[in-house]
Design a protein around this ligand. Structure first.
Ligand SMILES: [Zn+2]
Length: 153
């Protein structure tokens, strides 16, 4: 006696949701790279959702396409998250540079985006011309310990 299709589907969904949880948590699969685990988990979630949304009598090739679309969407989620992380990090670098400059008496110009790069900014001190560059993962601070103007006063 085999289960009804409905029961089988219910069990399959339950097992897939559990698998997603296991992948996210990771202790059963310590060999899997964390980013890959999370992305496979995302693919499965997208897949479940898409399959649920398929209309009755849809051709088989369109069912198979949901797998490809799930992978593409998970990759795009991943890119968005990475992008957000970089933007946050860039803002942090800017705030730190501004705080440092202000403590040392510099007056920074507004930040300017480095030509050709969305994730790099530069500015300089209005008074002494000292230069600061930040990207999402690095910063170069060529400001003097004390702004020249302060020294002269
Ligand atoms: Zn200065």
């Amino acid at each position: 006696m085999s289960n009804s299709a409905e029961t089988e589907l219910k069990h399959l969904k339950m097992a897939i949701r559990y698998l997603v949880g296991l992948l996210e948590e990771g202790s059963l699969v310590p060999r899997y790279d964390e980013a890959t685990r999370q992305e496979i988990g995302m693919v499965l979630q997208h897949l479940l959702h898409k399959v649920e949304g398929l209309p009755e009598g849809v051709p088989e090739n369109l069912v198979l396409t949901t797998a490809v679309r799930a992978i593409v969407e998970a990759a795009s989620d991943h890119d968005d998250a990475a992008q957000q992380e970089q933007t946050d990090s860039l803002e942090r670098q800017m705030c730190e540079a501004e705080a440092w400059a202000s403590i040392h008496g510099h007056q920074l110009e507004p930040w300017e985006q480095v030509v050709g790069s969305a994730m790099e900014y530069q500015t300089s001190c209005e008074t002494c011309g000292g230069f600061v560059y930040v990207s999402f993962n690095s910063s170069y601070n060529l400001l003097l310990e004390t702004c020249e103007r302060i020294k002269q006063e």
